[in-house]
Design a protein around this ligand. Structure first.
Ligand SMILES: C[S@@+](CC[C@H](N)C(=O)[O-])C[C@H]1O[C@@H](n2cnc3c(N)ncnc32)[C@H](O)[C@@H]1O
Length: 302
């Protein structure tokens, strides 16, 4: 049975923003190009398509993404978690498959990793390249969709990272399986996939309605789920300049993601909650999936 709930956003959201709830189009900045608008149609909650991310990351939203994630606050929240993890696994080359505006690619380039930065959204990738340039770094970008990654990426990498709640954009199970298989294929024989997502279990169970987290740290934006059911988590992002955007995502349960990873061929999967082992109710889960073939297959850590 499909469990459907509407969730009210944080009380702090202005009435102007509240009046947007349930509307079919997204209010954007008045000076913006009217063609650059998110389009969810008459029934936004029925938009459950993998390809729709292309229309959600419009230029204006890409321009505001860094205010949503707040690089400095996120850096403080993450510390050196990913850098340490990658070094522990001996990784030198990293394929960032969900580059977004470049937060992790830039961090890893600065730390001396060889990074190739992939994204399916030209708007996000353009912003990432600019962000790197403004920090005196040259980012190697590839515009590619995860489902066809090996069509555009031909090398092999020590690590693939898919961070910032990105995998959630895949709506069909066969897309999730295909994407994981593509990540698996671009890894070296002992490579590692690091993939994170929101704690959707608690959203689905109704024990949390919070949208802010140690990943989305921005102070001038209100983030909240507008609708959640077993097949959709629709989030609203309301910025202090009055602009509002939405993302429609698939609510991934953490046990389900681990199962899919195992079924695609990763044998050892270690899951962290908010960058720690053994945190059972985190904002975000991080899964570390190892490709190395193990003869003793019953080693999956929790
Ligand atoms: C939630 S954003 C996260 C960006 C970045 N990792 C961060 O943490 O700020 C998700 C990113 O995944 C990209 N994306 C979503 N589905 C994709 C797909 N099927 N293929 C390639 N990129 C995709 C989007 O374009 C977007 O830039």
């Amino acid at each position: 049975m499909l469990c459907s709930r509407r969730i009210c956003g944080p009380a702090a959201i202005s009435s102007a923003v509240k009046s947007e709830f349930g509307m079919t189009s997204t209010k954007s900045h008045p000076s913006a190009n009217p063609d650059d608008a998110q389009r969810f149609g008459e029934t936004p909650e029925s938009v459950r398509e993998t390809d729709h991310y292309q229309q959600e990351y419009i230029e204006q939203f890409a321009d505001r993404w860094d205010r949503l994630i707040d690089w400095q606050a996120r850096e403080e929240a993450e510390g050196d978690f990913f850098v340490k993890l990658l070094r522990e696994h001996g990784a030198k080359s990293v394929l960032d498959v969900a580059t977004g505006t470049g937060f992790h690619s830039v961090r890893l380039l600065r730390e001396g990793f060889e990074v190739v930065s992939v994204d399916g959204s030209p708007n996000m990738l353009a912003r990432a390249f600019k962000n790197a340039r403004s920090r005196d770094l040259l980012m190697r970008t590839v515009h590619a969709d995860w489902r066809f990654l090996n069509r555009d990426i031909h090398g092999e990498y020590d690590a693939v990272i898919c961070l910032g709640n990105s995998f959630t954009h895949l709506f069909r199970e066969r897309d999730r399986r295909k994407a994981l298989a593509e990540y698996y294929a671009v890894l070296k024989h002992n490579g590692v996939l690091i993939l994170d997502h929101r704690n959707y279990d608690r959203l689905l169970e109704g024990t949390s309605t919070s949208g802010k987290s140690n990943v989305y740290c921005g102070k001038d934006v209100e983030v909240g789920p507008e609708h959640v059911d077993d097949g959709l988590a629709r989030f609203r992002y309301a910025f202090s300049d009055g602009s509002t955007y939405h993302l429609n995502m698939f609510p991934l349960r953490h046990g389900y993601v681990r199962r899919l990873m195992r079924e695609v061929g990763f044998q050892r999967i270690t899951t962290y909650g908010d960058y720690q082992r053994g945190h059972d109710d985190p904002d975000f889960y991080v899964h570390v999936a190892e490709k190395e073939y193990l003869f003793d297959t019953d080693v999956t850590a929790i």
